[in-house]
Design a protein around this ligand. Structure first.
Ligand code: UDP
Ligand code: MG
Length: 319
């Protein structure tokens, strides 16, 4: 049995790695084709996410010399999640299965073969899970692993140490196409779609070349986007905090009453200013948090496009 695979690679300013990534992926796919695991009609789709370097020119060159390569060019930078999404949604019903992988090849490409095998054994989703992060910096490892733990605690259905290296089959993709939300936190959405899933484990390597396109600011905004699009836990925390404050205020009231009747009047500056600062602070946090969610609703209501494609290197023939 051989399957028709589309490998989707989001690229943002990746001119340093693109050539090497292409060589390795193309050779590897060819090996799988030779082993009769993949069909010869399998393709690799590079999505250029508004790069400011030569990434797009390089993709066009690759397409010219190898018919296995296709490319999508965004009109500007829309972010990693949109790039993955475009690669998938522009190719619905064209392939048996789809794998998304980062351009820097930090994810072990050997796992691609394992994913396809699991797919052929009946899995509709195969998650690539990093079980060894020793090549990441201490900081990256710590922030990334805390991210998964906190997300899970808040009820976001993420798979621990799984990023966006995964296989989905066409059935799952058709369902994904029905998710109309603008803020797509893909790795949280896929587990909610269901179907049979499997994991494959691999060691995360270092970036081939170039530097991370995920600076700390983008990481925080990505994590916060994930939390707010999946969980109202922060709002519930505010509610608890409100109750807590209420009881504290009640306690203070009681204390004031008792001091009045015992004639022990300490009611002075601190007892006024301290609770005031505390309550106004917690009020502001609560309002800010509600604002975050309203902002999110505002974005969803506007329903702006999640990405804008300037051109394709080859029309994928989306019907
Ligand atoms: N990427 C993208 N758009 C962005 C940022 C990143 O398409 O705005 C791509 C990038 O080219 C790479 C992948 O997303 O293929 C993951 O980025 P990176 O390797 O820099 O992240 P890290 O591994 O450091 O978390
Ligand atoms: Mg990377």
């Amino acid at each position: 049995m051989n399957s028709k695979l589309l490998l989707i690679v989001p690229c943002y300013n990746e001119q340093e790695v693109l050539e090497k990534t292409y060589e390795r992926l193309n050779n590897y796919i060819q090996q799988l084709v030779d082993k009769n695991l993949l069909s010869d009609t399998s393709k690799i789709c590079f999505v250029n996410d508004g790069s400011r370097d030569r990434t797009w020119q390089m993709i066009e060159e690759l397409c010219r010399k190898n018919s296995r390569i296709t490319g999508i060019k965004f009109s500007r930078n829309f972010g990693h999640q949109s790039a993955i999404l475009a690669g998938l949604l522009e190719n619905v019903n064209q392939y048996d299965c789809y794998i998304t992988i980062d351009a820097d090849l930090q994810d072990d490409i050997e796992a691609i073969g394992m994913m396809v095998e699991k797919y052929q054994e009946g899995a509709s989703v195969v998650y690539g899970v990093r079980n060894d992060r020793t090549s990441d910096s201490w900081f990256k490892r710590f922030t990334a692993e805390s991210f998964y733990k906190i997300m899970q605690k808040m009820g976001v259905p993420v798979i621990f140490n799984h990023a966006d290296f995964r296989l989905i089959d066409n059935n799952v993709l058709v369902e994904l196409d029905n998710y109309r939300e603008v803020n797509m936190f893909i790795r949280g959405i896929i587990p909610t779609i269901g179907f049979k899933s499997e994991n494959v484990y691999y060691k995360r390597a270092e970036r081939e070349a170039g530097e991370s396109k995920y600076p700390i600011k983008k990481m925080i905004s990505f994590a916060w986007g994930g939390v707010t699009s999946f969980s109202t836990f922060p709002m519930r925390m505010v509610l608890w905090f409100g109750f807590f404050n209420f009881f504290v205020a009640f306690g203070i009231g009681l204390f004031v009453l008792i001091s009045k009747f015992t004639g022990f009047t300490v009611a002075g500056w601190t007892s006024i200013v301290l609770p005031m600062a505390f309550f106004s602070g917690s009020n502001m946090i609560a309002i800010g948090l509600i604002g975050e969610y309203i902002g999110k609703i505002y974005q969803e209501v506007k329903a702006r496009p999640r990405y804008i494609i300037e051109k394709f290197t080859e029309t994928p023939g989306k019907s």
